[in-house]
Design a binder for this molecule. Structure first.
Ligand code: ADP
Ligand code: MG
Length: 692
């Protein structure tokens, strides 16, 4: 017997209905199988009318004891139903003559609906009902009734009819739906088969514990959740394999004198962690295939130096290096660091940012394509299509864990002669390990798990903004003692304009209140040159206090700054607050961070602020953030597809991720033939799209 796959195999599905189903992302019978109920109703028991409870859907049966049309604000049909225990009213706002005739006094009726408190006691609006001839008729619902997510034009009833047909086909194994899990897994992981799991979830028996299903803990659900997560994991493995199959320049030399000179001229030596991570990177760079490495290191762990050390290998071999930062401020700062480190070594450091226009831009592009600029620092502008490199060997992306998988794939176009540049991605936003393994399965990861010596911990306090004058006084005292401070303004509004306005107002107020201090202002709407000038003034201690928006969130490095005030911390994510706070505590002076909140704080806000006060460990904070806000926020807009899960839920199912890892590796190595169909089944459209 042929296995079926097309929707048209079902009764009642014509071209128009098939098109409507597409809106539910249902394109074929498989999709329909995976279109699971989002809840279930127990219609197997008849509830005595006296036992009905408001808002609790139930099945009841009784005799109609009166049926009246009421002409109130809206015309309605009110039907009184009685059983041995009591009376309840059914109310219909939409009804026709036939219905009215059918619901006459004396008629026996069974109905299902949600009782609510109404004008005449408990009422059920528009119940589903059927007329019966005796109370002996048993409800024909020995199973829980599934409720599917429907959409305009597709009623619940109609979907159920489809699913009944599909279940029937599934039961008789007539749908083209191979079980892609290796046979030994069912015993090894105690999992039901695919068909069994699907049949159960579409039609659970009445003794099923609904709590287990609500929590996603039922083995049938786990079977499907694992399969979906596995498909995503494998698609990343596949992407990675595709990239790794490309050719890259191998930077193999017996010695790297440039690196030696760089290290000799530094006022400090790399930490053990920096050295270890450098070795990991160098090993990658010596391969004739692209490096794909993510370096995670908490704020202040010294990622910039690691990037510079990696750059040495490429530069030494005569290749260009591009360093991209997410904001202009950070890019500027990298530019000045790299100029200070590399120009004395005879390396030409170039600059390209979006705001660079006209002649200056043309000249910069010319230097890049001619190869005169060897180490190029910039923003996203670096990777615009019209920017061509002479001989790009290494791309470093700083503080951009949100850089999408597919965005990164496009970077390979920047290579020359069929050689794809190596990629190094650095982030201070630590992703909890299990999540990282899933979201970054296409990358190798290194962790800088040590801070340079001499850092003192930051003490963090939360203070209500009613005590603002005290805090201003504190800034006064700290700055008079020679310290520098940040005052960070945050606003929930999406509008950058409003944020900047708020920062301007705050700066104005603080200038008045602190007339003997030098107060600067930096925000996203200022011209690049202005921003750079202000940052430079702050760095050179020509300013005492810097009022800023969250543009200073990442990377900014001024070791003499030891006090930070953050307004409205409750509006930011924990990881972001941790980033911001990382701007202080970079020198040897004791540092402080004041979270100036608007009272009253919600319970969640209190919890979150407490986490920050308790810990300075970015990984711990990220774990907590994951608990409180869920993985979507942490992963940002990174296009792993993990945000578009159909059945799995990263937060709920996080504990399955290690198992998914193991399973993915087994399939990858031992059952390669299952990979493509699994990815196709779960990612279908999006996967095809990603590969164009
Ligand atoms: P992040 O990891 O947050 O990007 P940075 O690279 O900005 O950290 O480094 C933070 C500060 O620590 C910088 O001032 C940098 O010069 C300094 N630094 C980096 N490595 C070391 C080291 N091994 N010893 C002492 N200071 C270091
Ligand atoms: Mg940095």
């Amino acid at each position: 017997m042929d296995k079926l796959s097309k929707l048209s195999a079902l009764k009642g599905v014509g071209p128009k209905f098939a098109e409507q189903l597409q809106r539910l992302n249902i394109h074929n019978l498989t999709d329909l199988c995976f279109h699971l109920p989002f809840r279930y109703e127990d219609r197997s028991r008849i509830v005595p009318i006296a036992g009905l409870q408001s808002m609790r859907p139930a099945v009841l049966q009784g005799e109609i004891r009166g049926s009246t049309v009421l002409f109130g604000k809206r015309r309605s049909l009110l039907v009184k139903v009685q059983d041995a225990t009591g009376t309840v009213s059914l109310r219909f706002y939409h009804f026709n003559a036939a219905q009215k005739a059918q619901l006459h006094t004396g008629q026996l009726i069974r109905c299902y609906g949600e009782p609510r408190r109404g004008a005449s006691g408990l009422e059920i609006y528009h119940p589903e009902y059927q007329c019966i001839s005796s109370f002996d008729e048993q409800p024909d619902e020995p199973r829980l009734t599934p409720v599917y997510s429907a959409t305009e034009g597709i009623s619940q009833q109609r979907l159920r009819l489809l699913h009944e047909q599909v279940n029937d086909l599934l039961e008789h194994n007539r749908i083209d739906l191979p079980d892609l899990f290796p046979e030994e897994w069912s015993a090894q992981w105690r999992l039901p088969g695919l068909r069994e799991a699907l049949l159960f979830l579409h039609n659970p028996s009445t003794d099923t514990n609904l709590k287990t299903i609500e929590m996603g803990q039922h083995p049938a659900q786990k079977r499907l959740i694992l399969e979906e997560l596995l498909a995503h994991q494998l698609s990343l493995f596949k992407l990675r394999a595709q990239v790794k199959a490309d050719a890259s320049p191998a930077f193999v030399l017996p010695k790297y004198p440039l690196l030696e000179s760089l290290l000799t001229q530094l006022p400090f030596t790399p930490t053990n962690a920096q050295q270890r991570v450098h070795q990991e990177i160098l090993t990658d760079l010596q391969q004739p295939h692209p490096m794909l490495r993510l370096v995670q290191g908490d704020v202040g762990s010294g990622k910039t130096l690691v990037a510079a050390m990696a750059a040495c290998a490429a530069l030494q071999c005569g290749y260009q290096v591009a360093l991209m930062a997410p904001t202009e401020i950070l890019a500027e700062q990298h530019l000045s660091t790299m100029r200070a480190w590399f120009e004395p070594l005879g390396i030409n450091v170039g600059w390209l940012a979006g705001k660079l226009k006209g002649k200056a831009r043309e000249a910069a592009m010319q230097d890049i394509i001619a190869g005169d600029a060897q180490f190029i620092v910039g923003t996203h502008a670096l990777f615009q299509e019209e920017v061509a490199f002479a001989k790009l060997g290494l791309i470093i992306i700083d503080e951009q864990h949100r850089f999408g998988v597919h965005q990164r794939l496009s970077l390979k176009e920047k290579g020359r002669d069929g050689l794809v540049p190596h990629q190094l991605i650095m982030t201070a936003t630590p992703i909890p390990r299990t999540l990282a393994m899933s979201a970054y399965a296409d990358l190798d990861t290194s962790v800088i798990d040590e801070l340079p010596p001499g850092r003192s911990p930051i003490s963090t306090v939360a203070i209500s903004d009613q005590r603002r004058p005290e805090i201003i006084q504190r800034v006064q005292e700290a700055c008079s003692d020679g310290a520098q401070a940040y005052w960070v303004c945050t606003l929930i509004e999406e509008s950058e304009a409003l944020q900047c306005q708020a920062a301007e107002n705050t700066a104005e107020d603080l200038r008045l209140a602190l007339s003997n201090l030098r107060v600067g202002l930096v925000h996203g709407r200022m011209k690049a040159a202005e921003k750079a000038a202000v940052m430079d003034d702050f760095k050179q201690h020509r300013l005492d206090l810097l009022v800023a928006t969250t543009v200073i969130e990442v990377g900014v490095d001024v070791p003499n700054a030891s006090l930070m005030i953050i307004e409205n911390p409750e509006r930011l994510g924990l990881a972001q607050l941790h980033q911001l706070r990382g701007r202080v505590g970079r020198g040897s002076a004791k540092s402080h961070c004041v979270l100036l909140y608007k009272s009253p704080l919600s319970l969640t806000s209190k919890q979150r602020i407490q986490v920050l006060r308790d810990s300075q460990d970015g990984f711990y904070i990220a774990e907590q953030d994951l608990q409180i806000r869920g993985p979507g926020e942490l992963l940002g807009t990174r296009q792993t597809g993990l945000q578009m899960l159909r059945i799995a839920d990263l937060q709920r199912d996080a504990d399955l991720l290690p198992q998914v890892q193991t399973m993915a590796n087994q399939l990858w190595h031992n059952y390669p033939q299952t990979i493509a169909p699994l990815i196709e089944r779960w990612l279908g459209e999006s996967e095809r799209f990603a590969n164009v």
